[in-house]
Ligand binder design. Structure first.
Ligand SMILES: Nc1ncnc2c1ncn2[C@@H]1O[C@H](COP(=O)(O)OP(=O)(O)OP(=O)(O)O)[C@@H](O)[C@H]1O
Ligand SMILES: Cc1cn([C@H]2C[C@H](O)[C@@H](COP(=O)(O)O)O2)c(=O)[nH]c1=O
Length: 215
């Protein structure tokens, strides 16, 4: 594949959407390559439908393994329909969440085990891994209070989980950071949004100096 695959990760309320909103237009001005922005779960119609099922607050009966399999299924379809074709065209793909979310949320948060979750995702992805992952780190209290203050009307089923679940998710991410220091780069997302955006831009330019420059 000729493209570059970048993911952005973090606990709920870390600021991924806000950061991408600012960073994407800047990056588009700095490269000749096509940039494809996408998100998980979702990004294409079938995966967006699966997203609706997973995240709807009414689906409280959902079994934890069912949840893990649905995330992996939506990822498979998203990869095949959107990410792989874009990478084959030579695009830079920037995804809001990917397999690390499943490892942190289902593996660590739900307690299903990161190794087990890695296995079902290996089946779904056939080993496709991001070239770079930016991890926005925020404590669970700050992240959830940002969501409560900004979009209480859009709260999803997972946002409603116990604080202890969200704390395990964050520890899961910190474990991934230890395991994959070459791929995953941390930004402190408790700092001001403009500062976080600046840090993310610096990271991207440092990691891909020949891709992001003044064109
Ligand atoms: N660094 C920051 N400082 C203060 N507020 C922030 C910061 N980053 C984001 N926010 C605010 O927090 C709220 C949630 O941000 P955002 O939707 O970007 O997070 P997210 O990581 O995409 O969350 P989720 O994964 O749950 O969708 C928004 O109101 C946003 O303005
Ligand atoms: C991909 C993925 C996501 N999740 C969780 C993380 C969030 O709570 C929601 C997605 O909502 P967002 O507003 O788009 O961040 O789903 C997960 O548990 N496992 C995953 O693989």
């Amino acid at each position: 594949m000729k493209g570059i695959f970048i993911t952005i990760e973090g606990p709920d309320g870390a600021g991924k959407t806000s950061v991408l909103q600012e960073v994407l237009p800047q990056l588009k001005e700095m490269t000749r390559r096509e940039i494809v922005a996408t998100r998980e779960p979702g990004g294409i119609p079938i995966a967006e439908e699966i997203r609706e099922v997973i995240l709807h607050p009414k689906n409280t009966a959902m079994d934890e393994r069912t949840e893990a399999l649905l995330f992996a299924a939506s990822r498979r379809q998203h990869l095949v329909e959107k990410i792989i074709p874009a990478l084959n065209r030579g695009a830079i793909v920037i995804a809001d969440r990917f397999v690390d979310s499943s490892l942190a949320y289902q593996g660590a948060g739900r307690g299903l085990g990161m190794d087990e979750i890695a296995q079902i995702n290996l089946f779904a992805t056939e080993g496709i891994t991001p070239d770079l992952t930016i991890y926005l780190d925020v404590d669970s209290e700050t992240g959830l209070s940002r969501i409560a203050n900004s979009r209480m009307n859009e709260v999803n089923r997972l946002d409603l989980d116990a604080m202890s679940f969200h704390q395990r998710v964050r520890h899961g991410y910190l474990k991934l950071l230890e395991l994959y220091p070459e791929r995953i780069k941390k930004v402190d997302a408790r700092l001001s949004l403009p500062f976080v955006i600046e840090q993310v831009m610096e990271l991207l330019v440092d990691e891909f100096p020949t891709e992001f420059s003044d064109v």
